[in-house]
Design a binder for this molecule. Structure first.
Ligand code: ATP
Ligand code: MG
Length: 229
């Protein structure tokens, strides 16, 4: 059972990031990890928008791990389409290469980053382009995995200046994901099968990576709290 402790208002999280980023000579990279449906994309957008609002200019952008889903044609050809979403169905080397560019290329030099189009379940090359952004928020399921869990992923943690884990109860994830699969066109039965046979297994794997985060957050009624195990 996870206990929630101190409330972490968005403005405190953002202020902390601004201070950390100001003390960093290159682009600052925050990672937000957590199970599917935890609300990582939602939190990332809130943090990005608040950072930009407070700065009065565009200083932050999101670099989704989801942009590195292998294309459906590749997964189909290798018989892995049904396993889409598992750690080895991503181009982890491509993700690492682009994370290094985000960190090391001078701010101002364009770095195109692929996004993920949920409507067609395919990556969009150069869906977003980093330029003068001083802060990159990379978010996804497997940021804190180690190589025993799946090859290659452990290097991601080394490239993050800071990592947060967004925690959420398993039954909440289950409800959210079933709803999302139904919205995406699956029948209720097919949605439940996908959630039980795939999403929740990934969620359990990811739950084991929580201890590698600098900060564990839980969300309740629109507010975020620091959590401890
Ligand atoms: N703070 C919140 N309160 C209530 N619902 C939320 C909250 N944050 C996210 N959700 C809902 O949960 C679902 C998943 O959110 P989101 O897409 O941000 O999760 P995610 O962690 O990015 O998932 P995935 O790993 O599948 O990309 C969405 O339907 C979203 O509306
Ligand atoms: Mg997401």
């Amino acid at each position: 059972m996870t206990r929630t402790t101190v409330e972490m208002p968005l403005r405190s999280l953002v202020e902390h990031l601004r201070i950390r980023a100001a003390g960093c000579a290159r682009r600052y990279v925050l990672g937000i990890a957590g199970p599917p449906g935890a609300g990582k994309s939602t939190l990332s957008k809130s943090i990005r928008d608040e950072l930009n609002l407070r700065a009065g200019s565009v200083i932050a952008e999101i670099a989704p791990m989801d942009g590195f889903h292998l294309p459906n044609a590749v997964l189909r050809a290798t018989g892995n389409l049904e396993r889409k979403g598992e750690p080895d169905t991503f181009d982890v080397d491509g993700y690492l290469d682009m994370l290094r560019r985000l960190r090391d290329n001078p701010v101002g030099e364009p770095v195109p980053w692929p996004t993920f189009d949920r409507a067609i379940e395919e990556p969009t090359p150069a869906g977003v382009i980093f330029g003068r952004h001083q802060i990159a928020i990379t978010e996804g399921n497997y940021l804190l995995l180690d190589d025993r869990e799946s090859g290659g992923w452990s290097t991601v943690r080394k490239l993050l200046d800071e990592a947060w884990y967004l925690d959420v109860d398993r039954d909440v994830i289950e409800q959210r994901l079933v709803r999302r699969h139904i919205r995406g066109g699956r029948t209720a039965d097919a949605a439940r099968i996908k959630v039980h046979d795939s999403d929740l297994l990934n969620a359990d794997l990811i739950a084991g990576t929580r201890g590698r985060a600098d900060l564990v957050l839980r969300q309740r009624e629109g507010r975020y709290y620091a959590a401890e195990a």
